[in-house]
Design a protein around this ligand. Structure first.
Ligand SMILES: *Cc1c(COP(=O)(O)O)cnc(C)c1O
Length: 419
């Protein structure tokens, strides 16, 4: 892949100007770094400053009246996210809500959707699951007096393979069909970048009498989602990865419309989930808002949510379909460049090759000296991510990365593994 190949691809990229809507960190030499870390923390949209300053000004100038006055009254601030998030999720606006953080939302969903009985009390997850998710399900099992050892079913890739097979997940669900209460899986697996085939897994879970939830931390804003049609019971996500919402940004939650009016579902309630018509009458009895908003606890952290508005506006402007097309072109270019440039005996690509089975992220297993290579990359101005013991994760992100970025990163990586 020559410099000219990359330049030609950038020239024909209709989304190339979008990169200028973001702030880019500088490398140790003071040049714009090549940032391939959108799977950990997305870059800051330039418009984020104005969105935050507007709310600081509203607070400064109006005090409590900001709840009802100004450009974006806080009382309904969270509702601004529902439309754009629903578009990204393949959901109806009433099925999604921006609130809390991912792990908090996961616990709230498990309270409602993990209802173990003496015979049906197992949870199925993938291995290795993201630690926070595993802690969350293990602590929920313990909360119900259930031992992790006996009640957590973990499905790993086959020996010698890096990714999960749909048939293995389905078979594990069927093997546990009498005992399974809940399936919790990622939309995109954080370590390998594998995008799971959701529909057949949902069908298997429901046929077994279990509920199913998705962790979309690495999927939202990255891969196409059809949560409503896939019929998943719930989903949770954070907004600081591909959604560029900023560190610790407000997370989100999907609850399928089938459960919108289930007032019988136990939940941990708070006043923001209560019917807004009577919220300030402060009645003793909790009347949940139908849909995902009914799981809200508190009034939203407006200052921590404001940057997400700026980012979602960019998603809407660019169009997710176009972003996805560019993303597939970037990852294909990355694979070809790696194959051309890196000594084959030094690495293996963990991420599946088929377009439907991955998003922005390509995970490499480096056979030796990986950590040193990763550190050299950073010095050379390429921000990637290292997972012990041997995985380098590179995520060219269509909103702010170019084909040139990808080429430069691969050249720097080849230098780093050779030296
Ligand atoms: C990033 C990530 C999290 C982060 O959880 P927070 O509650 O936002 O800190 C959780 N689970 C997965 C799978 C992740 O990738």
């Amino acid at each position: 892949m020559t410099r000219e190949d990359a330049a030609a691809l950038d020239e024909h990229d209709p989304l190339a100007p979008l990169a200028e809507e973001f702030h880019h960190p500088l490398d140790p030499a003071g040049r714009r770094a090549i940032y391939l870390c959108g799977h950990s923390l997305g870059l800051q949209p330039r418009a984020a400053t104005a969105c935050v300053e507007q709310e600081l000004a509203a607070w400064r100038d109006r005090g409590v009246l900001g709840h009802h006055e100004g450009t974006r009254p806080w009382i309904r601030y969270h509702e601004r996210f529902a439309g754009p998030l629903a578009d990204l999720c393949g959901a109806m606006p009433t099925e999604v809500v921006a609130m809390n953080s991912l792990t908090v939302n996961l616990h709230l969903m498990l309270v409602s959707f993990f209802r173990p009985t003496p015979t049906r009390n197992r949870i199925l997850i993938e291995q290795p699951a993201f630690p926070s998710d595993r802690y969350a399900v293990a602590s929920q099992l313990a909360f119900h007096g259930l031992e992790t050892q006996a009640h957590l079913v973990e499905v790993a890739p086959r020996p010698g393979e890096g990714c999960l097979r749909t048939e293995d997940l389905v078979a594990a669900i069927e093997r546990n069909r009498e005992r399974l209460a809940l399936v919790l899986l990622p939309g995109v697996q954080y370590l390998t970048g594998q995008c799971l085939e959701v529909a057949p897994i949902v069908a298997a879970a429901h046929a077994a009498g279990a509920r199913i939830g998705l962790d979309l931390a690495h999927a939202i804003g990255n891969t196409p989602l059809r949560l409503h049609d896939w019929n998943v019971d719930f989903a949770v996500w954070c907004s600081y990865k591909y959604l560029n919402g900023g560190p610790g940004a407000i997370g989100g939650c999907f609850v399928h419309e089938r459960h919108a009016h289930r007032v019988d579902l136990p939940r941990f309630a708070g006043w923001w989930g209560h019917d807004p018509e009577t919220r300030f009458a402060m009645p003793a009895k909790f009347v949940p808002i139908p849909g995902a908003q009914g799981w809200q606890l508190s009034n939203p952290p407006v200052l921590a949510a404001a940057p997400l508005l700026a980012s979602l506006e960019l998603f809407q402007r660019a169009g997710f379909q176009r972003l996805r097309e560019k993303s597939l072109a970037l990852t294909a270019f990355l694979r070809r460049s790696l194959d051309d440039t890196l000594p084959l005996e030094r690495f293996e690509i963990l991420t599946p090759r088929e377009p439907a089975a991955h998003g922005c992220q390509i995970s490499l297993r480096l056979r030796s000296g990986g950590r040193r290579a990763f550190e050299r990359l950073l010095t050379a101005g390429v921000v990637a991510d290292w997972r012990e013991p041997d995985v380098l994760r590179l995520a060219p992100t269509p909103a702010y990365n170019s084909f040139r970025d990808v080429r430069q990163a691969v050249i720097a990586l080849a230098d780093a593994v050779r030296s």
